[in-house]
Ligand binder design. Sequence first.
Ligand code: NAD
Length: 236
Amino acid sequence: MTASPIRLLIHGASGRMGQALLRLAGDLRELQVVAAVQRRIGQRVVDGVPHFASSELAGVPAFDAAIDFSLPEGFDPVLALCVARGAAFVSGTTGISDGQRQALRDASGTVAVLWASNFSLGVAVLDELVERAAAALPGWDCDIVESHHSRKQDAPSGTALSLGEAAGRGGAQPRYASLRAGDIVGEHLVQFAAAGERIELVHRATNRDIFARGALHAATRLAGRAPGLYRVRDLL
Ligand code: NAD
């Protein structure tokens, strides 16, 4: 007997990430997208997936996990819905406030929750390298330069801030610079510099499918888990 698929809600479905999630989820037998939510809808059903406007969120069918890649304005209602429905919550929405981070911690008392500024495996490893480099290079200048497409709304990027936290754990005091240009998917350079020498650690994302695959994997692993605040590395 095969297990029934995990019922998935995708929030932010019409966006760049939402479209990648819908396309890739369609190839996974263990997942069934039961609701795609975005600010405004066109067609009610697209490729067999029911679509809902954000104003209709309370009326979506039963689901086991939600993946949210929207904007900070869309974050609170979908988190609240997961708590009310007892569903796992996976979010990659960046630019969220301290209050929204606290709401995530509160929700983790009731449901399984994972928020990550970056769902790529390469950035998870970069995070560890940055912490080690910072700890090994006391007194060096640490600068984080991030580049993204010109329509990205927040700066510095969520990933740059997370890398900065990793550098901070190692004792560095990072500074940030942001570039917005063309269709760059995402690049992060962490530079450590001292008199006469320099180390550069760089991650380049060339395709947003890496983030979508990571989030789909996380949702698969998180559905049905005990309440708590999970990290990407807990699910690898
Ligand atoms: P986008 O602008 O292309 O899409 C945003 C989507 O959110 C759209 O579907 C829109 O309808 C929906 N939306 C906006 N406001 C909403 C609201 N109030 N309620 C419900 N839905 C709403 O953006 P994108 O490039 O797909 O990125 C989405 C988010 O994901 C951004 O915060 C971005 O920084 C982040 N991101 C994170 C990662 C990661 O790995 N964590 C990777 C890429 C992008």
